[in-house]
Write a protein that binds this ligand. Structure first.
Ligand SMILES: O=P(O)(O)OC[C@@H](O)[C@@H](O)c1c[nH]c2ccccc12
Length: 261
């Protein structure tokens, strides 16, 4: 089993447990469930920098990014830095995150929030909405076309936006459909952890113009963003480069300042 298969397998067990503990009907009663979502897509279309800053304590490829990180402080820092949105890792087993992190970020800031997790069941989309997310991530590498269609439809029904993540042309071609708002090209191969920014540049022209394009992972320099912008990318998902510092908010602020300057 590769890491992605391992994560998905664990996720199935986790979701079954969560469903037992908190039935879907209970999620619908939580206060954020009726909240009107903030559009990340619109912000990326209007926003000049397009930085989506990520809150991530650890990952399978980097086991100690920032284990003591406090989500409220960092979300506020990212907002002050001028991020277009914030991505919050909610997977606990492999990334050290939680839905509670997402809820705390929701209390702290008014930016669009992406629930960053491995969605394999509709229940998780209800969880995302209930915890205050505005956007969900669907990862093509672990979903078939039917699942993507079904999950995207559910997300739209709940007022959430959908970011579809692809890593190669095959995933992109079999996954294009209505109800997707943004397409993210992951520069990190989740099966091998290899990073290649060329991946975004190569896939860019194959993504129809109606989808906002986001380049994900391995971005640590503003020159890389200028290049990616030339290929039509409007969003840039950055985690480790900010999180691996003492003050991720400050690091994001400096990065965004340099990008604008
Ligand atoms: O820390 P980086 O290299 O800046 O990457 C951020 C983000 O793209 C990465 O965390 C990510 C992209 N897709 C994912 C899917 C699941 C978990 C994590 C991810």
């Amino acid at each position: 089993m590769n890491i992605l298969e391992k994560i998905a397998a664990h996720k199935r067990v986790e979701v079954a447990e969560s469903k037992e503990e908190v039935p879907l009907e209970a999620l619908e009663l939580l206060p954020h469930f009726k909240r009107k979502c903030i559009s990340l897509k619109e912000r990326l279309q209007q926003f000049s920098t397009g930085i989506i800053a990520e809150f991530k304590r650890r990952s399978p490829s980097h086991p100690e990014i920032n284990l003591e990180a406090e989500v409220e402080k960092i979300a506020l820092g990212y907002a002050k830095a001028g991020a277009a949105g914030i991505s919050v890792l909610t997977d606990e087993e492999f990334f050290g995150g939680s839905l509670d992190d997402l809820m705390q970020a929701r209390e702290a800031v008014n930016l669009p929030l992406l629930r960053k997790d491995f969605i394999i069941d509709e229940y998780q989309i209800y969880e995302a909405k209930a915890a205050g997310a505005d956007v969900i991530l669907l990862i093509a590498a672990i979903l078939n076309r039917n699942q993507i269609a079904r999950f995207a439809k559910t997300a739209k029904k709940l007022g959430l936006e959908v970011l579809l993540e692809v890593h190669n042309e095959e995933e992109l071609e079999r996954s294009l459909m209505p109800n997707l708002d943004m397409i993210g090209v992951n520069n990190r191969n989740l099966k091998t952890f290899e990073i290649d920014l060329e991946n975004s540049k190569n896939l860019a022209e194959k993504i129809p113009a109606e989808y906002v394009k986001i380049s994900e992972s391995g971005i640590s320099e503003t020159v890389a963003i200028k290049e990616l912008q030339k290929s039509g990318f409007q969003g840039f998902l950055i985690g480790g480069n900010f999180m691996a510092t003492n003050d991720p908010g400050k690091s994001a602020a400096e990065f965004i300042k340099e990008l604008k300057g």
